[in-house]
Design a protein around this ligand. Structure first.
Ligand code: SD4
Length: 331
């Protein structure tokens, strides 16, 4: 073995495990250092936060059978929307400060097609409405009652909200009336999901109820293309979570993808975006969380956050894992 390894080293070759299509098996092949930079790691799906790890299964079921990234990201986003125990995505979420649950979502495919809904009420699957905006209208964004009417017209039923438990949390909050609409440990968990399919195409989706107890009508970064989500099939995809106002200011995910275009690794691109946010408002660093998650065309990925605690799920041919993002804040 030792002899084989030193022989490989001399030649500048490395043994690399390559995933096989739709299977958990791996094969070992020898690649020159030049070839290593061309390795494409696919299919793969990534989602924000710990529920992302569970929800990735829905997308992986599609990707592992050769399905496309767009269907996969929608399926993963829907999985979380359908879970009414989630307090920051879908109709089970915490309300705004007037007691209404208002949802934001968007989706983007490998051709630059995109759709978005904002301030949408009583609809279980905003991400699917966003997809229909993309596929059936000449527009990108629909808001409020217009978005809701569009959903009804396309057969989405009206669902009640808030849930009893979210209503109770809101009633308790009203008593304190402590208006701090900022993401912290207790107020986060948008699902942003990005995927690379077997054909080498990228797509992404993002869906949220936004910040708990936000002002009525407030919309964050999540449904904004280039802020909460961006996909460029030549380069990569990125999604964001956390205090949306900070992400919008720097067109966060567009920035991350453009940095990857310039040669940044996914993690370093996310780190640079976080650095810009912190540079403008260092005092917020300890108070709020903003995290970015990115995937490039080769299937390399990375994440970076203002502070400790941002996790993301990864599902590829080697299985499913939850990872901790790197972070800026030092204790
Ligand atoms: C927002 N970015 O509405 C969302 C909230 C979020 O983790 O992601 N929280 O600003």
């Amino acid at each position: 073995m030792g002899t084989r390894r030193s022989f490989i080293k001399k030649l500048g070759l490395t043994t690399v495990a390559l995933p096989l299509v739709g299977s958990v098996q791996k094969s070992s092949v020898l690649l020159s250092n030049d070839d290593q930079s061309k390795i494409v790691h696919k299919p793969i799906i990534l989602s924000t936060w710990s529920f992302g790890k569970v929800a990735n299964q829905a997308g992986w079921d599609i990707l592992s059978k050769g399905g496309n990234a767009l269907d996969a990201v929608e399926a993963t986003a829907k999985f979380v929307e359908a879970d009414l125990s989630q307090k920051s995505v879908g109709l089970g979420a915490l309300s705004d400060r007037d007691g209404y649950v208002t949802l934001d979502a968007c989706i983007m495919d490998e051709k630059g097609n995109c759709g978005s809904v904002m301030f949408l009420e009583n609809i279980l699957h905003p991400v699917s409405v966003a997809r229909l905006v993309m596929e059936k209208t000449p527009h990108i964004q629909l808001v409020g009652i217009g978005a809701q009417q569009f959903a009804f017209d396309n057969g989405f039923p009206k669902h009640p909200a808030p849930t009893e438990s979210s209503k109770k949390t809101w009633e308790d909050w009203v008593k304190k009336n402590n208006y701090t609409p900022r993401s912290d440990e207790n107020n986060h968990d948008t699902i942003g999901v990005i995927a690379l399919d077997q054909d080498g195409n990228l797509s992404g989706a993002c869906t949220t109820s936004g910040l708990a107890f936000k002002m009525r009508g407030r919309v964050g970064d999540s449904p904004i293309i280039g802020a909460g989500l961006f996909v460029d099939n030549e380069v990569g995809a990125a999604t964001a979570t956390g205090t949306g106002e900070e992400v919008i200011r720097i067109c966060g995910t567009h920035l991350v993808v453009e940095l990857m275009r310039q040669g940044y690794s996914p993690e370093n691109a996310c780190k640079e975006a976080v650095t810009r946010i912190i540079k403008r408002s260092p005092k917020y660093t300890k108070e709020m969380i903003v995290g970015f998650l990115a995937l490039n065309k080769k299937g390399e990925y990375g994440a970076y956050s203002t502070k400790k605690g941002f996790e993301y799920g990864v599902y590829d041919n080697s299985g499913t894992v939850l990872k901790d993002a790197s972070f800026m804040e030092k204790e």
